[in-house]
Design a protein around this ligand. Structure first.
Ligand code: ADP
Length: 283
C-alpha cells in the first residue's frame, strides 16, 4: 500500500498588517512568520501523518527554503523525491489585514520546472496504489502523471481552473470545493466524465457523489482558529484512508475529522493532525 503525491512545495511568508497597502504605499507589519506550504507539500504531509506510506514528487530550489521543505517532509515521514531546480523554491507572499482580508503573491519558482518526468519519478507514480495531485504545477505534468499511474488517481482541482477532458478521463476521484465544482460545470456534468466526486462544503462538511449515489457527510463543529490548509488536510487524509481500502463514504468521514482537527490550530503544516489524534477524536 502506498501513496504518491505529485505537486507543489512553497514557503509561505506571512505578514500581519493593520490594512493591506495601496499601490505605492509602504506599511509596517504587526507580525511575521514563515511556514512550509504549497498544496502538494501539505497534502503529502497530511497523508503521511494519517498513516500512509507516502512519496512526494516535486521540485525545490537550491536554497534555504528548499532545505527547509525537505526537512519538513522527512520530519513527517514523507519520502521526498524532489528535484533541485535552478529556479528558487516557490514562495507565497501573504499579507493578512486586521479584518482578515488577504493579498497574496505566489512565485511558482521551482514548481514551474517540474516537467518531463524522470525515470525514477515515473516509477514512483506508476508503482503507487494511489496518486494524489493538485494544480500548482504545470498542467502537462499532471496529465502525464495521470496517464502513467496504474493505481487510482485522485485529483484535487485546486486552484480553480478549467481542465482538459484528457485529464479527467484518467481521474478516479475528483475532490473540489463548491467554487471549483461550479467553475468545472457542476457535479452532474463532472459525473459524466469522472466516476466519483467529493465536494467539500467548508464547515458544512462534504458531499460524496457517484453516478448512482449521494451521501452527505456533515461537518464537525470545532472552535475555528485558522482554516488555512483544511482542504489539503482533507485530501491527504482521504487518500490515506482509501489506501487502507476503506469505502469512499467512510474515507470521507475520516478526512472530515482530520480537516476539522486542522482548523483548530494555526498554520497549514503545523496544524495537520497525526493518525493518533484522528483516531482519538470523538466529536
Ligand atoms: P477549501 O479550503 O479547499 O476551500 P473547504 O473550505 O470546503 O475547502 O474545507 C475542506 C474541508 O475542511 C471541509 O470539507 C471540512 O471537512 C473541513 N473544514 C473546513 N472548514 C471547517 C470548519 N470551519 N469547521 C470544521 N471543518 C471544516
Amino acid at each position: 500500500m502506498s501513496v504518491t503525491v505529485v505537486g507543489s512545495g512553497n514557503v509561505d511568508l506571512v505578514s500581519q498588517v493593520e490594512r493591506i497597502p495601496l499601490p505605492g504605499e509602504t506599511v509596517l507589519s504587526t507580525g511575521f512568520a514563515t511556514h512550509a506550504g504549497g498544496k502538494g507539500n501539505n497534502q503529502a504531509t497530511a497523508a503521511a501523518r494519517a498513516g500512509a506510506t507516502t512519496t512526494f514528487v516535486g521540485a525545490f530550489g537550491d536554497d534555504d527554503n528548499g532545505a527547509r521543505l525537505r526537512e519538513s517532509l522527512t520530519g513527517s515521514g514523507v519520502r521526498p523525491l524532489v528535484r533541485t531546480s535552478d529556479e528558487p523554491t516557490g514562495t507565497a507572499l501573504i499579507t493578512v489585514s486586521a479584518t482578515g482580508e488577504n493579498a497574496i503573491v505566489v512565485n511558482a519558482g521551482a514548481n514551474a520546472t517540474l516537467t518531463d518526468l524522470t525515470q525514477e519519478e515515473r516509477a514512483a507514480i506508476a508503482g503507487a496504489d494511489l496518486v494524489l495531485m493538485q494544480l500548482e504545477i504545470p498542467l502537462a505534468t499532471v496529465v502525464a502523471a495521470a496517464e502513467i499511474a496504474s493505481g487510482r488517481v485522485v485529483l484535487n482541482a485546486a486552484p480553480a481552473q478549467r481542465l482538459p477532458c484528457e485529464l479527467l478521463t484518467h481521474v478516479d476521484l475528483l475532490v473540489v470545493n463548491e467554487h471549483e465544482a461550479a467553475l468545472l460545470g457542476g457535479a452532474d456534468h463532472l459525473l459524466t466524465v469522472v466516476p466519483a466526486l467529493v465536494v467539500t462544503l467548508g464547515a458544512k462538511g462534504a458531499l460524496v457523489r457517484t453516478r448512482d449515489t449521494t451521501t452527505e457527510v456533515p461537518g464537525i463543529a470545532v472552535d475555528v482558529v485558522d482554516t488555512t490548509g483544511a482542504g489539503d488536510t482533507f485530501c491527504g487524509a482521504l487518500v490515506a484512508a482509501l489506501d487502507e481500502h476503506r469505502p469512499l463514504d467512510d474515507a470521507v468521514r475520516f478526512a472530515s475529522v482530520a480537516a476539522a482537527l486542522s482548523v483548530r490550530r494555526a498554520g497549514a503544516v503545523p496544524a495537520i493532525p497525526t493518525r493518533e489524534e484522528i483516531d482519538d477524536f470523538h466529536p
